[in-house]
Design a protein around this ligand. Structure first.
Ligand code: 3PG
Ligand code: MG
Length: 397
């Protein structure tokens, strides 16, 4: 790809105080990190800066605190990170002021220090110039490795990038590169699979995608809204009936843009929303009035797989059924395995993102085989919506 931002290759790191924005917003349960993925992803950037003699000063948020709150401290996460990167990670109880300055002054070249949750200060989310200044004076340069927080124009994700020389970290670089290959300059034809419960949360995304991809699979609860908009009776299925006009508008836009919309042609229906509820496949003309569509049906799965065969690139966000309940994960798992096999055979570039999507691909046991899996949730969606991400924009030269 054309390089539009500086990377670590362009940075002089030795002896420098490097403010490194990372995403430490990891899932926690009773003070224990339950999923290390985001910590593993930032390891290459941390170790590279450290090995090149830079002082690694980590900036990150956790949760959505309204002010300092011990339950949102980064301290336990810094300890978990130390275990992942297998090097000591020091901790400072504040991300600005004397506490932070003293901790940084004590660092030797190559040391790693984690500063306390940036959201403990109101200036973070406000991108307040005075707070940006406080952060900026702690460093000589700023590296952003938090793609998953890049949709936020906050002080540590964006503001500091205007004050200090700004560079993309290795994970940010890989993410931008992968996403670029998926939608900006992809190998065509491109297919997108979009699922999830609601159309209402993905209107912008669908409208953007129909102009960029050649085929769009719509699954999950949101497909019911489209089916309803076309006059299909969906029984007691999840369905946003008031969004029927929106669904029709998206279908028209797709047609005008020559994007094939692939909706379910049959459905797996149950009468209770619970795991292992007795389930049956129905054609669209015979969905029972008291039934709930919980997954795409067998003929729909075949169609999705055939559409994947026709594609050179796949972008995936959202499961196509209620994947958290067996057997209603079948459509998602089958299509995921198929996409993984095509990828492995060198026939497909596959990119997926979003919390549920990653969980579904892990459940299918194929996450490793996809070309790229983004750990971003909101940022991945905004990217799919075609919106500029402030934390990426600020890196551009
Ligand atoms: C995430 O976990 O998706 C990012 O860290 C952003 O967190 P936020 O939605 O609280 O801004
Ligand atoms: Mg989020």
């Amino acid at each position: 790809m054309t390089k539009t931002f500086r990377t670590l290759d362009d940075a002089d790191l030795k002896g420098k105080r490097v403010l490194l924005r990372v995403d430490l917003n990891v899932p926690m349960d009773k003070g224990v990190v339950t999923d290390d993925t985001r910590l593993e992803r930032i390891m290459p950037t941390i170790t590279e800066i450290s090995d090149k003699g830079g002082k690694v000063i980590l900036l990150a948020h956790f949760g959505r605190p309204k002010g300092p709150d011990p339950k949102d401290s980064l301290k336990p996460i810094a300890a978990a990170l130390s275990g992942v990167i297998k090097r000591p990670v020091a901790f400072a109880e504040d991300c600005i002021g004397e506490v932070a300055a003293a901790a940084i002054a004590a660092m030797k070249d190559g040391d790693v220090l984690c500063l306390e949750n940036t959201r403990f200060h109101k200036g973070e989310e406000k991108n307040d110039p005075a707070f940006v200044e406080e952060l900026a004076k702690l460093g000589d340069l700023w590296v952003n490795d938090a793609f998953s927080a890049a949709h936020r124009a906050h002080a540590s994700t964006e503001g500091v990038g205007h004050k200090l020389p700004a560079f993309a970290g290795r994970t940010m670089q890989a993410e931008i590169d992968a996403l670029n290959k998926a939608l900006e300059a992809p190998k065509r034809p491109v297919i997108a699979i979009v699922g999830g419960a609601k159309v209402s949360t993905k209107i912008d995304l669908l409208e953007n995608l129909v102009t960029k991809v050649q085929a769009l699979v719509i699954g999950g609860g949101m497909a019911n809204t489209f089916l309803h908009a076309q006059g299909v009776g969906v029984g007691k299925s999840l369905c946003e009936k008031d969004l029927a006009p929106t669904a029709r508008r998206i279908l028209e836009k797709a047609e005008a843009a020559n994007c094939a919309i692939i909706l379910p042609v049959d459905a797996t229906v149950a009468f209770h929303f619970e795991a292992n509820a007795p389930a049956f496949a129905y054609g669209l003309d015979s969905i029972p009035a008291d039934g709930m569509i919980l997954d795409v049906g067998p003929r729909s799965i075949e169609r999705i797989n055939a559409a994947i065969d026709d594609a050179a690139t796949l972008v995936w966000n959202g499961p196509v059924g209620a994947f958290e309940l067996t057997p209603f994960d079948k459509g998602t798992v089958t299509a995921a395995k198929h996409a993984a096999a095509r990828t492995k055979a060198g026939k497909l570039i596959s990119v997926a993102g979003g919390g549920d999507t990653v969980a579904a691909l892990n459940q299918a046991g194929v996450a490793e085989q996809f070309t790229y899996i983004s750990t971003a949730g909101g940022a991945f969606l905004e990217w799919m919506e075609g919106k500029p991400l402030p934390g990426v924009e600020v890196l551009k030269i």
